[in-house]
Design a protein. Structure first.
Length: 271
């Protein structure tokens, strides 16, 4: 829930004084639709630079038309159908009853993992560039990734990880391309239960369209689960926030997951 912050005031300050100390807020949850739309392109994009605090806006949060569906997801392979049949999401086109849900994030407190961190509950993030890596710091679940830019190759037979192994390169002065492999199939691609195998390969394209806007495109390739590659995020705009912005802590703590089961899921079973 996005509460507790004067969003209009923050957005107004960000537009007028992007680095003003008066823009500081504690626990900023993200921009509403009007405030997001109010942030304009600004000046030209700086060369090979994604540094800053960025907000995907309401479109970053899966829900309504943002859920994957038959129009956006290609046909599943037999393995993909079998994997999907085991999942019991409480959102999206294959919604189960709340007490039947087995989403590893919301019912067990597992990490959202990658690329789910971009497909569901994608909230404000911070990008930090170093000489040999780009760091992605996500406010949701206090998660982070390292994208290596030192020229190393991706591992050939990696041990699966929640966020995989990532390398990045600049395609040109405004487009940063990331390739990720080695992802554990314990995670879902979104909150709707769409699965993936360890053969999954994800490409991210961050195009710095202007001073205040990055466009993100995410391509999913998993030949064991999906008939062809497909795009889960198509030029999703990220808007620049004041550098001083402090993000709201949004963590699926194990104790809160237990509370959800006791207070909501288990009670729904008996009603």
């Amino acid at each position: 829930m996005r509460t507790g912050v004067n969003l209009a005031a923050l957005a107004t300050i960000a537009l007028a004084f992007p680095s003003a100390s008066s823009a500081q807020e504690w626990g900023f949850p993200g921009l509403g639709n009007a405030e997001f739309a109010a942030i304009t392109a600004g000046g030209p994009a700086p060369r090979r630079d994604l540094t800053g605090a960025w907000d995907p806006g309401q479109a970053g949060i899966a829900g309504g038309d943002n859920y994957f569906n038959a129009r956006t997801v290609p046909p599943l392979t037999p393995l993909g159908k079998e994997m999907l049949s085991r999942n019991r999401p409480t959102h999206g086109p294959y919604t189960a009853k709340v007490f039947e849900g087995n989403d590893p994030l919301t019912t067990q407190g597992d990490p959202s993992g990658f690329p789910r961190i971009l497909n569901y509950e994608f909230r404000p993030m911070r990008i930090v560039q170093t000489p040999k890596a780009v760091l992605m710091l996500y406010s949701f679940n206090q998660s982070w990734r390292i994208i290596w830019t030192d020229g190393r190759a991706l591992p050939q037979d990696p041990d699966p990880r929640w966020f995989g192994y990532s390398v990045g390169r600049w395609e040109d002065d405004t487009t940063f391309v990331v390739e990720t492999v080695g992802l554990t199939e314990r995670t879902w691609l979104d909150s709707g239960g769409f699965p993936h195998s360890e053969a999954l390969r994800v490409q991210e394209r961050y195009r710095r369209a202007s001073e205040n806007v990055i466009e993100l495109t995410v391509t999913i390739t998993d030949p064991l689960v999906y008939a062809k590659p497909w795009i889960s995020r198509d030029r999703l705009p990220l808007k620049k926030l004041p550098e001083e912005t402090d993000f709201l802590e949004q963590i699926y703590a194990a104790s809160e997951v237990t509370g959800f089961k006791q207070n909501i899921a288990d009670k729904a079973r008996t009603q």
